[in-house]
Design a protein around this ligand. Structure first.
Ligand SMILES: [Zn+2]
Length: 493
């Protein structure tokens, strides 16, 4: 039972794990590296295996850092099936098409810049893939995994279970002749808006677990809701625009659901709500479609024929022309737009038109990395540069920190508590964070090891001294830096 990781090893992005179970080779996730040039360079590496020789690909969930390199895998020769749950397939299509579009647009812009700068076209890296590659990839999807139902894939028994992270997210139990292995994918925050808790795992021999937030605990959900409601009430009183930058998957739906509940309860007046993100709009349709896997109040609303993601004053903004027209819209309104860290997307022109007005409120519901536009605003910049213009920051800025879709330390330890006595392998985390988590797993009587980058590990083998593969040096990072790295894992955009 061997594993070789080509992403999410000693880092939080680019999840890709090659399992060798008996004679079969199964790839779990095929994600893109995100977050800065050095990491993103790795997306251009050739696969360290022949894609044509894989027996199967299985996906845990649809975030870009778990599915983003699939079209590349197909381009380079993979012709087999890609297994996942039905909602993961639906969301993955949205995520991959968006990724192809952003890459194509980015490439065209880079070409223009390069030509003006006298650089030849050949020096500009082309998109990793285009829309046609995504369509070819989607044709290989077999969205037939169901929580709790065992499927035989390449001769291996595979049972997906609810991971509670985003819609459709699963962890995988794989039963091979050598032993029982669990791949966690990303695990959910047990206190989040829409997801039911992860199903406690069965006893296994080896367990590969994500560790994004393995060194911290999230704020209680009730407190987050109080903060959000308080910020909205104050904002409505100033009678201006209320801007909410949001990630398109999970966060946008949690915000819509919460807004609807607050308005229905009379806590927030029924002012117009504009959902100004085509990707969030498509993802919200999937949340509606597959809402029967979400928390009971969502299921009950759906059964009663209601749409729990649609505040009565919701307007969906399909085109960018209509988005521009919103700039002239008079009166108070809530505008939800991407992207989450304000580094691009439609939120930028809303900020340009409203950030300088004292009547505007900016409600931040996601972590902002210090170098992002959002990070600069949170840090108290007087002016920020948006679309080539200096814009004064006069809006009231609210920061609500508790909306995480990832398990925190308590959640991760709770997850491990029913798994028997497996060898625990840590992925999808910063080395410093994992280093804090290794002894906590040790206190539960289990051996924990960080998964090395690219190196094959025997999942039932001895592991490493202190849980650290050779060459891993622990350098304490600033809290802002490691929180920023973890936050990248939240967005998928
Ligand atoms: Zn995720």
């Amino acid at each position: 039972m061997q594993m070789q990781s080509f992403g999410a090893a000693l880092t939080v992005t680019g999840s890709m794990h090659l399992l060798t179970l008996g004679s079969k080779r199964i790839l779990v996730d095929c994600g893109m590296f995100q977050g800065g040039h050095d990491l993103e360079e790795r997306n251009y590496e050739t696969f360290p295996f022949d894609p044509a020789e894989l027996d199967a690909v299985i996906l845990t969930h649809a975030h870009l850092d778990h599915v983003g390199r699939l079209p590349l895998l197909v381009r380079r020769g993979y012709k087999g099936a890609i297994y996942c749950t039905p909602p993961t397939a639906a969301l993955a299509e949205t995520v991959l098409l968006d990724s192809a579009r952003l890459q194509t647009e980015g490439y065209k812009m880079d070409l223009r810049h390069a030509r003006r700068g006298g650089v030849t076209d050949e020096q500009v890296p082309p998109p990793l893939y285009e829309e046609a590659d995504v369509h070819q990839t989607m044709a290989l999807f077999r969205p037939r995994l169901e929580f709790g139902k065992t499927e035989t894939i390449a001769g291996i028994k595979v049972t997906p279970q609810r991971a509670g992270h985003i819609l459709g997210s699963a962890y995988l139990l794989l039963e091979s002749p050598d032993g029982r292995l669990l791949m966690s994918g990303d695990l959910g925050n047990r206190e989040s808006g829409l997801q039911e808790d992860f199903v406690p795992p069965p006893e296994v021999d080896a367990l590969v677990i994500e560790t994004t937030y393995a060194n911290r605990t999230h704020k209680p959900w009730a407190e987050t809701l109080r903060e959000f409601s308080g910020a909205l009430q104050q904002s409505v009183r100033s009678n201006g625009k209320i801007l909410i930058p949001s990630f398109a998957i999970e966060r946008a739906q949690v915000i819509l659901y919460t807004l609807k509940n607050l308005m229905d309860a009379g806590e927030v007046p029924r002012i117009p709500v504009f959902l100004d993100s085509p990707m969030a709009t498509r993802a919200t349709n999937e949340y509606f479609e597959f809402g029967d896997e979400l928390i009971p109040p969502v299921r009950e609303a759906l059964q009663a024929g209601e749409d729990p993601f649609r505040p009565s004053t919701l307007h969906v903004v399909p085109t960018s022309a209509e988005s521009q027209r919103l700039n002239k819209y008079d009166g108070p309104a809530i505008i939800i737009a991407g992207n989450g860290m304000m580094t691009g997307g439609r939120i930028q022109h809303h900020l340009k038109h409203h950030l300088w007005k004292p009547s505007t409120s900016l409600i931040i519901v996601s972590y902002q990395s210090p170098s992002s536009l959002g990070g600069k605003i949170v840090a108290g910049a007087d002016t920020v540069r948006i679309m080539g213009e200096d814009i004064a920051v006069r809006a009231h800025v609210y920061t609500i920190g508790g909306f995480s879709a990832h398990a925190d330390q308590d959640d991760l330890l709770a997850f491990l508590s029913t798994a028997g006595n497996p060898h625990v392998w840590l992925v999808h985390g910063e080395p410093e964070v994992m280093n804090d988590f290794v002894p906590l797993v040790g206190q539960k009587g289990m051996k924990a090891d960080m998964v090395p980058d690219r190196q094959t590990v025997d999942l039932l083998g001895a592991g490493f001294e202190n849980g650290r593969p050779a060459g891993v040096v622990i350098e304490p990072k600033s809290p802002a830096e490691s929180a920023g790295n973890a936050a990248r894992a939240e967005g998928g955009e």
